[in-house]
Design a protein around this ligand. Sequence first.
Ligand SMILES: Cc1cc2nc3c(=O)[nH]c(=O)nc-3n(C[C@H](O)[C@H](O)[C@H](O)COP(=O)(O)OP(=O)(O)OC[C@H]3O[C@@H](n4cnc5c(N)ncnc54)[C@H](O)[C@@H]3O)c2cc1C
Length: 381
Amino acid sequence: MVDFSLSEEQRMLQEAAREFAAAEVQPHAEKWDRESTFPREAIRKANELGLLTVKIPEEYGGYGMGSFEEVLICEEIGWGDPGFATASGSTMLASYPLITGGTEDQKQRYLSKVADGCIAAYCVTEPGAGSDVQSIRTQAVRDGDDYVVTGSKMWITGAGHADWFFVLAYTDREAGYRGMSGFIVDADSAGVVLGKKEENMGQRCSDTRAVDFNDVRVPAENLIGGEENGGWMNAMRAFDLSRPTISAHAVGNARGAMEEALRYANERSTFGKPIYRHQAISFMIADMATKIEAARLLTWCAAKKADAGERNTLEAAHAKRFSADMAMEVTTDAVQVFGGYGYSEEYPVARRMRGAKVVQIFEGSSQIQRMIIGRELLRGM
Ligand SMILES: Cc1cc2nc3c(=O)[nH]c(=O)nc-3n(C[C@H](O)[C@H](O)[C@H](O)COP(=O)(O)OP(=O)(O)OC[C@H]3O[C@@H](n4cnc5c(N)ncnc54)[C@H](O)[C@@H]3O)c2cc1C
């Protein structure tokens, strides 16, 4: 039988994350979003509580827990606010390629910094290359004990606050995707130039910018894994770890919207009764609950498979695609339940709906997840 019960430790972790989100995230989320304020202090507190680094091995200062524990926390953080979830999640996204493929020295130097609370950013997308990662133009050329990295990255979450970047670049363009390598680039390196903070539709507290690497000298010991041309596979393995967390953020955001809708539907009356008593509304909320439950199970499944040491590419894509699309549907329906008030920024469902949209776009759009699922199905034949 499949056992979905949580251990005592997992339940405590989930409760700690929920309490943190209720006390330190939800009360500030509207203001952060309205004023585009990066929630640096709340990220610091989450880090102090150990909520952001459970997946970092103990020898580097983390908690050495699994993806399952991580997604339990991520759901609560997404419930707090989708923008905070992204702002606080970029560091682990940049760290997964170190966890999956870094040398011992790189893990000691950089994962320990992350465990101490530094922010990192994941630089893959470029102005001309998002879904089609192979079209990136950034290159790294060996020069003595260094590599010289040149290129422009776009839409980089956390860039304005990062201490270091994970950068994907070509070391052998002729070899196609097999010629890519990952690098750790210190943010204070000469030649790193940050763009202005983008004005996004939602998740406005999260910092998104372009980053230019103008002939940046990077010590050869910062080539991830110590060998050229393994960057693509490593970046993809990192996605298998990060997608369940993004999926959990979406589940949390949808759950928050559903709770708001349920509360409002019991308070607001039309035609002499609470709108929840109109079956059209209660069915809409019932469907929200079912979709959230299904997305959570897909997320847990992807995380459990990662923890079992099995390849979870298919499960991670199922979870990310379904949860992202589900959160968009659920938050849109939550706005509908609120009627005209849902369309106002005075109520939190509008922020949740705007915040849901980007999850269908980043970390592999919903279309790209379907491509992965299609490919994985063929592998299984
Ligand atoms: C707020 C925000 C934060 C981000 N943070 C980061 C970050 O930290 N690091 C990072 O590296 N990137 C980041 N990104 C970039 C993000 O990952 C890309 O935007 C995403 O991969 C899509 O790439 P694109 O924008 O170039 O769209 P395109 O690749 O141009 O795609 C445009 C549309 O076409 C669809 N499409 C593309 N190819 C296909 C196909 N073969 N079949 C069907 N449909 C297709 C896409 O799904 C999309 O709907 C962020 C983006 C945003 C908006």
